[in-house]
Design a protein. Sequence first.
Length: 316
Amino acid sequence: MIYTVINELLNIDYPIIQGGMAGIADATLAAAVSNAGGLGVIGAGYASEEWIRGEIRKTRLLTKKPFALNIMLLNPEAEMVGKVAMEEGIEVIITGAGSPGKYISSWKSKGIKVIPVIPSVSIAQRMEKMGADAVIAEGGEAGGHIGEMNTMALIPQVVDSVTVPVIAAGGIGDGRGVAAALMLGATGVQLGTRFLVALECNISRAYKEKILQAKDTSTMVTGRPTGHPVRVIKNQLAREFQRLEKINALPEEYERLGKGSLSRAVREGDMEKGSIMAGQIAGLVGKEQSCEEMIKEIFYEAEKIITEKISLLKEK
Ligand code: TUI
């Protein structure tokens, strides 16, 4: 049994959090992960107040277990999302793509646990000072909006620089990744890409097939010059972004190209003009399973590996 401070902090059976994938992570996915013993997450992304409120209420009907709301801070309406979270009695807020500095004290005054995703040591330290209950250190292997550091180098440096628990994200897709994250000093993991092919994940068939067929080198990073690099599966849209980078295009041109592109992939299944966000571990994700099967399998593998390595040391 892998039992850490994260199980205690979040009142969950396995120290695993589902990525707050904007435009993807809804009540069905969040409830399935929570019912399987992990922490399910609704991804507020750029969604409307009505959608967010509705998904929170739906999740409550589908599970009695804890779940979280992910607030994406590039959203100019982030304050509204936080207000909905407080009104709806959300217990855990995970933030991404920016600093929750402006909101953290009001969220904490309502007893909400706040767990920011961070891409570097200095931002982790800043979040700890602001009162974060834990941090999710996310390496650039992850899908979607990413920082500069990779998971292998980021996790131990963050672990050494803060006293709050560190959850590892980016490049983790199975029990080996979980075991490695624990070895680096993390006490929990966050997975996104693997959950894209969960039976309970409501994305287009074409998106799921892209993940299932991906290989190690199938992703690339677009948008670096805009200050918002995003890891996606290579396609026509990604190559078009690459072309804009080469010609030093204006921010408006990136914006025009990116507008509505996630929804084109997620809802319409447009695999050429859509933004197929995914992490580098997509090459390892080869089968569709329920969230319960996935989580059980991941932790069975992690425990097996850790036990095998210990007995190997004893033998020598
Ligand atoms: O947020 C993510 N991943 C995301 S958000 C997203 S939606 C989107 N769509 C189109 C363009 C851009 C985004 C898709 N994927 N991961 C967590 C994450 N947080 N990665 C990096 C950061 C981050 C960056 C800077 C966190 C804090 C931060 O702080 C800056 C500061 O000034 O403190």
